[in-house]
Write a protein that binds this ligand. Structure first.
Ligand code: OFO
Length: 165
């Protein structure tokens, strides 16, 4: 049985994962409208992945005898300066999510909830991968320095095709 404070913090993570999904959906839609088809495909897939994260939290809370709450989600931004600035926003958001996951780890340790501590490791690892992935995309954009975005977009399309959700 989950302690109330653990249930509350996991419910607040459900909202954050739902927002992540909508943020990337909004970025996908912007990219699609600007003609960045590959970037849009990558972001649509990433939005699905975030929804999957949200579902994992919902299932975990309910499986442990808690009540997963489906939250209201604030509206994400719909305009972005350019592709590089948009991916910098993705990175900043993922760093915020990493902090949030680390905070859950700290609370589980304080409360000696070793079951949730063990389960949440999945997301500790996930955040290492997500930050590395987005850092890699920003590195590519830095190399291109605003040139040949067609090539970048093709590359993103290939990456999206490989993503195994
Ligand atoms: Fe991007 O990992 Fe969940 O939020």
């Amino acid at each position: 049985m989950l302690k109330q404070n653990i249930e509350n913090i996991l419910n607040s993570q459900i909202e954050k994962e739902a927002y992540s999904s909508n943020l990337y959906l909004s970025m996908a839609s912007w990219s699609e409208n600007k003609g960045f088809e590959g970037t849009a495909a990558w972001l649509y897939e990433h939005a699905d992945e975030e929804r999957d994260h949200m579902l994992k939290f919902i299932k975990y809370v309910n499986d442990r005898g808690g009540n997963a709450i489906i939250p209201e989600i604030k509206m994400p931004p719909s305009e972005f300066n350019n592709v590089k600035d948009m991916f910098k926003e993705v990175l900043a958001h993922e760093q915020y999510i990493t902090e949030s996951i680390n905070n859950i780890v700290a609370i589980c340790m304080d409360d000696k909830d070793f079951t949730t501590l063990n389960w949440i490791q999945l997301f500790v690892t996930e955040q290492i991968e997500e930050e590395a992935l987005v850092n890699g995309i920003i590195d590519k954009l830095n190399l291109l320095d605003g040139n040949n975005m067609y090539l970048f977009d093709k590359d993103m399309k290939a990456e999206a095709a490989q993503t195994d959700l």
